[in-house]
Design a binder for this molecule. Sequence first.
Ligand code: HEM
Length: 402
Amino acid sequence: MASTDPHGPGEDQFEIPAHVAPELVFDYDFISDARLSPDPFAGTASLVIEAPPIFYTPRRGGHWVAASHEAAFEVARNSTVFSSKRDGFPLIPILFDPPEHTAYRAVLVRMFSPASVKKFRTQLRDLAIQLIDAVIPEGRCDFVAAVGEPLPVLMFMRLLGIPDQHLRVLRDMVVTSNAISDSAVRNKIFNDILLITRDLIEARRRQPEDDLITALIDTSVDGRPITFEEVQSYVLMLVVAGLDTVVNAISFAVWRLAADHALQSRFRNEPQNFASLLEDMLRRYSPVTPTRVVREDFSIGKAKFRRGDEVLVHYPSASADPSAYADPERIDETRREPALTFGVGPHRCVGSHLARLEIEIVLEEWLARAPAFSLDPQAEAAMHAAHVMSMTSLPLIWANAN
Ligand code: HEM
């Protein structure tokens, strides 16, 4: 295993390290496995049935996959053994371990608390209505292009203080960085994002505005003033986290509703169940797969991890694990097992309140304005597996009232 990065070059290496039990070897490429096409979530649901709960794949340099609910839960919560530190640009706070991580994280926890994000409600709803009203008279649209992408991306850029004109360039960079496995290429993209955001941070230092970049410049970390490099690192983290995840969570939810009219009517006609149905929808289409590096030799059942091994916390398969979620395909408002959508453990998503609010408002306004909608039989939805499961096009049709 020459590569320290399982997602780096060397996809065709098939050498299995001696410490891996042969029965735990399972051939799976988390980006281009045949199971994941055309529907990546159908692929991860079959994986969790077919593969051992934790397995080792020789793909992408060789790495472990925590595929079951129990395994993903255990790995994500144990940051003493499973570290988030990686080479490359030090994204704050996601690439730090406790205790360093704790003070860094606290800054964002304050910034994206339920009380803080509530203030964005009206702005979000206005933008959602504007985008949705623009396409309803057409009777058809590509949902990703019309609503799923611009709503969360414009909203998030405006909160940070990034001008709308950067949408296309930034969004394309973030989508590519989440879809590739080569860490050198990813670092090059991160540098390009830093060039754009550095100018904005410098401008806010000269002239403060009412936005999150200014709030970050004014913040302190662990009682000391924040450095310029730390502000850059936070902004890069937020751009990477905020510009892709919500787009996909919204789009996969609408895709399911377009294909499943019974569920669509439940969302429309059962306001009392809306929030719990949505929560389980987010569970079923959990899009994110983070990586950990083993810090010290450790075992879970038959899986013997060695220092330096890499492990994928495969939330998309863990979220479809029937041992945790009976009949995982069913969107069920009565489930008790919490969803893993936003992760567990010290790195649990700090943007979950904002993400939930965005998704809730888009769905509410879409369902209030669009008549019963379906997948367009003349055009295919486009989706692919990656570190963030991604939907790039979702052609919909509905009966036009006129
Ligand atoms: C539906 C949308 C989203 C999903 C599914 C999602 C999912 C996740 C997951 C699974 C993690 C844990 C990663 C790990 O364990 O390494 C995470 C962390 C994080 N997310 Fe999100 N996220 C979403 C939206 C957002 C948004 C809108 C923001 C913007 C504020 C955000 C900011 C972050 C940050 C900063 C972290 C790192 C937290 C830490 O290291 O302590 N996320 N997210």
